[in-house]
Design a binder for this molecule. Structure first.
Ligand code: 5GP
Ligand code: MN
Length: 340
């Protein structure tokens, strides 16, 4: 991976003496948001910086085992503390998101802060709200970029067991266990991590094989009662109603991975999961090949992400969201790729 040496040396100078540092990632934090944040926090603490990791909303229970997770500040639960920390910090590191809109009301606090600001991210179309921007869209995950940054600043740091566990969690979740966004660089990093003593199978158990019983019941419901396949568009849609949220006691993280089942079908090129969450209709989209779900999310659902994995939200009803998809979808269907 080619890192911008100028940006890297500015960062290196910024952290050359101990500071108060706030590390921020996006709402509904996933494994990459959490893993990247806790890894860079552990590294900065080893250099005697005082760090705080802050997320807009709570993180899923499957990540509670992660080193440092218990100290994470959640804006939804600790608004005043969040405001004080952002107001008084000297450096804000924004991880795994590219627009202030992704951190809800914390966006206003970050915008108003006089602290130095830095972004490390891999999403398309980053917005220029930071002084330093390390954006590598080819990267599998923010964790992969952080591995490269830390390795270049201090080769021994990426052998630290805590940093290894956190970065591996980010990589394994954002690549869907190495199903997508892989590269030669990533597999080289994996080899280095294994040589440094990474226990990857243990982390796979903790992250993927530790779900509550209700997960499979909800999955069965989604596939049997809530799945719609529109074969002429190679589109699969699963929706979840408010009633489903109540009946299945759906909480943060419980819908993670459901969309991947749509993508297992040969007939599906684009998969969409629409969730009527308590306060908003949230959409997750996945696609195969050249079809860009990022464009649909950006143009119609206040969102974005990557070409093959994006998300967004909708402020009207669930039914209207489904109608909107069906209305705009035909405009995005590119001519079918001819295979040789
Ligand atoms: P997921 O579907 O797993 O929630 O997210 C897939 C990708 O889309 C992730 O890279 C995530 O950061 C991005 N994403 C999800 N929701 C939103 C959103 O509301 N806005 C933007 N800009 N990106 C999103
Ligand atoms: Mn990510």
């Amino acid at each position: 991976m080619i890192l911008d040496q100028n940006e890297l040396s500015v960062f290196s100078k910024l952290i050359s003496f101990p500071k108060d540092i706030v590390i921020v990632s996006h709402r509904n934090p996933d494994g990459d948001a959490i893993g990247s944040s806790l890894a860079i926090s552990a590294y900065l603490q080893s250099l005697s910086h005082r760090t705080h990791v802050i997320f807009p909303s709570e993180y899923p229970e499957v990540f509670e085992w992660m080193p440092g997770a218990k100290d994470i500040v959640v804006y939804d639960l600790q608004a005043q503390l969040t405001e004080d920390l952002i107001k008084n910090t000297e450096l804000i590191i924004c991880l795994d998101f590219n627009s202030l809109e992704r951190i809800d009301k914390m966006g206003l606090m970050v915008a108003a802060s006089t602290a130095q600001k830095m972004m490390i991210d891999h999403h398309l179309d980053p917005e220029p709200f930071t002084d330093i921007q390390i954006s590598v869209i080819e990267s599998s995950s923010t964790a992969e970029i952080i591995y490269e940054i830390l390795k270049s600043l201090s080769p021994n740091s990426v052998k630290n067991p805590i940093i290894l566990d956190c970065l591996y969690t980010g990589i394994v979740t954002d690549t869907g266990s190495f199903h997508h966004a892989t590269s030669e660089n990533l597999f080289r990093i994996m080899a280095e991590m294994k040589e440094a003593g990474l226990n990857d199978t243990l982390i796979q158990e903790l992250v993927h094989n530790s779900l509550p019983d209700k997960y499979l019941k909800l999955l069965g419901h989604c596939l049997y009662n809530r799945m719609e396949l529109i074969s002429e568009w190679n589109l699969g849609i699963i929706h979840l109603t408010r009633e489903d949220y109540r009946l299945f006691d759906i909480r943060r993280g419980d819908t993670e991975g459901i969309i991947n089942y749509l993508m297992m079908l040969k007939s599906v090129r684009v998969g969409i999961l629409i969730m009527n969450q308590p306060s908003i209709v949230k959409l997750s989209m996945r696609s195969k090949g050249s079809f860009s779900v990022q464009a649909i999310c950006k143009e119609h659902f206040n969102g974005g992400g990557h070409r093959n994995a994006s998300g967004g939200y909708w402020k009207k009803s669930l039914d209207e969201a489904i109608l909107k998809i069906k209305e705009v979808f035909p405009k995005y269907i590119a001519p079918v790729e001819i295979e040789n």
